[in-house]
Design a protein around this ligand. Structure first.
Ligand SMILES: [Fe+2]
Length: 246
């Protein structure tokens, strides 16, 4: 019989690793076991991220993508293959090599790191938020403050779905920190409660308001320059010629 068993305290490190660029990626580490999860890693930084894992003595236990990216090539499958761990996405994804598929509200634990997944389609049909502790990784479903949300005019995007998905945010405490897939470099994360007052999309009271916001955004953003090679590369899990992304 075991006596005086103290609960193991999980100390979690949470870090946004793509400082100074628009595409954000996150490293989450259980400091007790040195198990690590990467979310939305970008191919441009695959060598840096690989070296970081080795230098810090971390074991990569899973790579996750919040959605099928259209504006950059993902490093997810290439890191997963390199370090021998699963590549996790929502079960609705068209990404052929994602080998750990989750459904809405599913919970998965990786050696002390307890994740919950929340389907939130609209920017893409396979978009989901990833909840870990006090952090909500929203991908392009929700940005911070003035950024609003990701555009809905790319392949598999839907204004109606995105508008309806905003209800998913009612599942969370206002203190949860919004950690998006894009934001201006240096912009600090803010809470869901802060976004309720500062984010223009969360100020929209009707679907028509939201559609107007989206259409203005499309005009401002224009074409996605990397779409024609990044989307096929991400769907088929092939690396395009490095000249395309360096
Ligand atoms: Fe995106």
């Amino acid at each position: 019989m075991l006596k005086n068993v103290k609960p193991v305290r999980v100390v979690m490190l949470f870090e946004q690793i793509n400082q100074g660029v628009w595409a954000r990626a996150y490293l989450i580490v259980d400091e007790t076991t040195k198990s690590a999860v990467l979310v939305d890693p970008v191919i441009d930084f695959i060598e840096r991220d690989s070296a970081m894992l080795v230098e810090r003595g971390l074991t990569l236990v899973c790579v996750m993508n919040t959605h099928t990216h259209a504006d950059h090539v993902s490093a997810a499958i290439h890191l997963a293959r390199k370090f021998g761990c699963p590549y996790l996405m929502h079960e609705s994804t068209g990404v052929s090599c994602a080998d750990l598929l989750v459904e809405d509200r599913q919970e998965i634990s990786f050696s002390g790191l307890d994740f919950t997944f929340h389907l939130s389609p609209g920017h893409t049909s396979d978009a989901m938020c990833i909840e870990i502790g006090d952090f909500l990784l929203t991908g392009d479903f929700l940005f911070n403050g003035e950024g609003g949300v990701g555009r809905d005019d790319l392949p598999s995007g839907s204004i109606d779905d995105h508008w309806n998905s905003l209800q998913v945010l009612d599942r969370f405490d206002p203190e949860i920190l919004i950690c998006p897939g894009h934001d201006p470099p240096g912009l600090p994360e803010s809470t869901l409660g802060e976004n309720r007052t500062s984010n223009p999309v969360l100020q929209c009271s009707t679907r028509a308001d939201y559609e107007l916001w989206q259409r203005n955004e499309w005009e401002k953003l224009g074409e996605v320059s990397r779409l024609e090679y990044s989307l096929p590369a991400n769907l088929t899990c092939q690396l395009p010629d490095p000249g395309y992304y360096r």
